[in-house]
Each structure stands twice: as C-alpha cells, then as structure tokens.
Design a protein around this ligand. Structure first.
Ligand code: ADP
Ligand code: MG
Length: 274
C-alpha cells in the first residue's frame, strides 16, 4: 500500500523550493546542502564520461540520508562534490549558505576542513599512529594547540566508546574499532556534515550493525549524515534514501522516525524533484 504525503503529514514543498528558487541565490540556513543541476564530466582522452548529468538535491540540517544506486551511477562522484573534494562542471552547489561550486581549490580546502567529516570504506588510518594520534591529525592541520588537541580527540574517541583504546595502533584494533577511530577523526572538527562512502563495505554484518548504531546515535544527537551504500539493510537505517541511476536522481524517499517505531516499514513519502 502506498501512502500519500498527507497520510504522514510531511510537506515536500520545502525541497522543491530550495532547489528551484532563483539560481545564484542562497537557500534558507536550514538547508545544509542545496545542489541544483549538478554536472560532472570526465574527459578520458577524447571520450566524455558524464558521471553526473544534472543532480538536484536539497538536504536539511539533521537529516540522515542514504545514497544508493548501481555501480557507476555516480555515487562517489556526488559524494566528492558534496564533500568539497572536487568541483562540478555545471550547476550550483551551496553548502551552509555558501556557494562552493565556484570556489578556488584553496577556498574549497578551507571549507572542507571546517564543514566536512569523511569516513571511507578502507578506514584510511595512519598505521604507525595510535588511535589518539590519528584522531588528533585534523586538529594538527587546523593549528589547534597540543593540550586542546588531546582533550578533543579523547572526547571524540570516548563518544564512539573507544575511551579504553586511545593508545592502540590500527593493527591492534578490530575492523569495527578501526572504523570507529575513523568516525571519531571525522567528527573531531565538529563538521556540519558527516559523509561516509560505503562505511561498512569492509565489515562483516555484525560489525556493520555496530557501526550503524554509532551513526544512529550521532544522528539522534543532531549530526547531519550522508552515507553511500549499495546494501539495502544498511540504507534501511537512514531516514531518507536517494537512488541514483546514470548520473541522475531516480528516486528520493523519506521515512520518518515514528513510522519506524510503529513498524510501518513501507510508509514513505516521495521527495519532490519536479
Ligand atoms: P559509483 O560510486 O556509483 O560506483 P562513480 O561516481 O565512481 O560511481 O562513477 C561514475 C562514472 O564516472 C563511472 O562511469 C566512472 O567510470 C566514471 N568516473 C568516476 N571517477 C572518474 C575519474 N576520476 N575519471 C574518469 N572517469 C571517472
Ligand atoms: Mg563509489
């Protein structure tokens, strides 16, 4: 049975307004991400690969969004743009009310360090550094003094239940613990968005559920989370699922918390894109 928007009382007009309001103007501060007609092409020696062909996407503060889609559909390309690792060839990208799609690489790096926390499938920890040193690293780049670094990195590790593992190196930790170190590192700068590209791709299903509980805890504390996954049972933890196909948004559906609680797993509402 499909539920209409009215059934669960959610308006989708906000997304539409955020996306279609006059290009070149910022959206309400409530919108942490507004992408309008985002395009990214790669020139492979004459052959043009159109990885993103005009993605419209608006994400509010505190949302927990999963991005799904087949291999090659543009998920990582979109994450790289959202995460300010790359610039689009067309369209606009607003992050926290700042137009980042036209920024220089230097400006982009500054915005990235302040606003974005990344979690990758392969953890990307420094093998010789302890958990604490790994988490301190972004604060070193940000020029934070040593005492403050240690305090904040310790707090971040405690927030992912790794207080007792501060001085362990990656090879002395389980896969789930390594990913929790990576999550602590992503959070230590208090980013406005946590981005995760296949964060459970290298973990068994029990450990994956453990990591999803960490994400859920962060989301319930107000952290905005955008996660790429191709696993439906991982995406099911998110409150909204955006499906990409051939570089475009194919579907975009939101499930509210109360819907989960009362077990109406199919009560979804489409987010308008037209
Ligand atoms: P997904 O993460 O959904 O698997 P990607 O965003 O990695 O998809 O890739 C989308 C398309 O863009 C694919 O056809 C891929 O081959 C191409 N692509 C991605 N990154 C590059 C790159 N750096 N250079 C050239 N082509 C790329
Ligand atoms: Mg990918």
């Amino acid at each position: 049975m499909s539920n209409t928007i009215d059934d669960i009382g959610i308006s989708t007009t906000g997304e539409r307004q955020a996306i279609v309001s006059v290009p070149g103007t910022t959206a309400d501060k409530d919108w942490v991400i507004v992408a309008r007609g985002l395009k990214r092409e790669y020139d492979m020696g004459g052959e043009i690969v159109r990885a993103l062909r005009g993605v419209d996407l608006a994400i509010r503060r505190n949302e927990y969004v999963a991005i799904m889609g087949p291999s090659g559909s543009g998920k990582s390309t979109l994450m790289n743009l959202i995460g300010c690792l790359d610039s689009p060839n067309g369209g606009e990208y607003w992050l926290n009310g700042m137009l980042v799609s036209t920024m220089s690489d230097d400006q982009l790096a500054r915005v990235r360090n302040k606003e974005i926390g990344f979690v990758f499938q392969t953890f990307n920890l420094l093998p010789r550094a302890t958990a604490l040193q790994n988490v301190e690293l972004p604060l070193v780049y940000a020029g934070i003094p040593a005492d403050e670094r240690k305090k904040r990195a310790t707090e971040a590790l405690e927030s992912v239940q790794l207080g007792p593992r501060l001085h362990h190196r990656p090879n002395e930790l389980s896969g789930g613990q390594r990913q929790r170190v990576a999550i602590a590192r992503a959070l230590v700068n208090r980013p406005s968005i946590l981005l995760a590209d296949e964060p459970t791709g290298n973990l068994d299903s029990t450990t994956s559920q453990e990591i999803m509980r960490v994400f859920e805890g962060l989301s319930s504390q107000g952290q905005t989370v955008v996660m790429v996954t191709h696993e439906p049972d991982i995406a099911a933890h998110a409150r909204r699922v955006v499906v990409l196909r051939d570089g475009l948004v194919e579907s975009d559906e939101r499930r509210e918390r109360f819907v989960d609680r009362v077990g109406l797993a199919h009560a979804t509402t489409r987010v308008a894109h037209d």
